[in-house]
Design a protein around this ligand. Sequence first.
Ligand code: UD1
Length: 422
Amino acid sequence: MAKYIVQPYKGKLNSRVKISGCKNAALPIMCAAALSTETSTITEVPDLIDINIMKDILVHLGANIQYDKQTSTMTVAYSGNGSFEAPYDMVDKLRASVLSMGVLLATKGMAKVASPGGCPIGARPIDLHLKGFAAMGAEIQQGHGYVMAMASKGLHGANIYLDFPSVGATENIMLAAVTARGETIIDNAANEPEIVDLATFLSSMGADISGAGTDKIRIQGVKKLHAAEHAIMPDRIETGSFMTLAAAIGGRLEIVNAIPEHVKPISAKLREMGCQVVEEDGCLVVEVEDTSKLKAVDIKTLPHPGFPTDMQAPFTALLCRSHGTGIITETVFENRFLHVQELKRMGANIKIDGRTAYIEGGTPLTGTKVKAMDLRAGMAVILAALFAEGTTEVDDIYHVERGYEDLPGKLRSLGIEIARID
Ligand code: UD1
């Protein structure tokens, strides 16, 4: 199993880093491209484990995909053939593979997708996805570990109210609705920037969508989609992770290819802690004079435009460094504190009460063997390692590599000592 060996960072940052294309936007956009038999070109596709798994799934379902990792360019078209089943071994590796359901219903009128099951960070059901498909005329059956959806006469438009603004359910329903008969309205839709990126791409393929980025999305079904070109938006969680890193080790970091609007809740919390966050010459600049003056803050994760749950773990690590007690309440997932046990192994003083973590800042951390418990939990222990005393060994780094493109390379370019050992 590969691992990272991370050394504490000595000195002050004075560097720049370029943000990659956004994983969580690229995954649904790859699915969208597989709705047309014409070849779409997607650029800024990050080379990540999750992207490669989604590619394999879509190829299995009948897409022709070429991926040039050197240029981060992918071409995608639906061949008209392929399986209508996303089997367990594929779905199990990637939760977002449930988006194949929307693609299959739109292209083949039937889908058999392995039930994604639970996940360490929470139960993560797909009931909202299924309610949406059922409202659009799909007959849903579940059993033997699979979900079957049949729409022998094709899908029709529907009024769908989501009990929670689920990102995945909104995307899945959008994928199914763009070629359904009539109008679909999604109320209480997710309004994350990734939804807007998906809508932009689908619109350039000929889809008729309005309201993406608000809580009401209207989709008028069209007969056919055509090829389009699209550059994936920059990854706001990678941006936020590097912003947090700069705050944790101090100095100045220029972040290239970041969209400040997308990271507003992160900038606000960092400013509250005493960091400078400014836009300069098209870069987002984070500057911290003295990390010993960082102040603790209270954070509550919420759907966009609230504080993103994906940034909760890196901020837990950062709050180990600040003055006072930081409080983090996780409202999106029921069990997203997996990083806490690992930070505690490094000496962190954190107490959890239900969905709230109380972090006593200023407790010195020491390097040891820890695990990347999930993607963002992995980033949390790497950040902590940078201000801990001694070497930290991070195991299970495949989680990190699911979502951060060339992380060791980018960290080394900042002067951070990190080795990847196979
Ligand atoms: C996406 C992101 C993930 C991010 C999350 C929330 C991708 C690939 N992943 O995940 O990084 O942390 O949004 O911003 O884009 N829920 C239900 N029923 C459903 C669907 C969801 O109860 O049918 C619940 C989930 O269990 C969870 C909450 O809704 O508690 C949010 O989930 P959702 O927004 O769907 O997240 P994902 O799309 O899975």
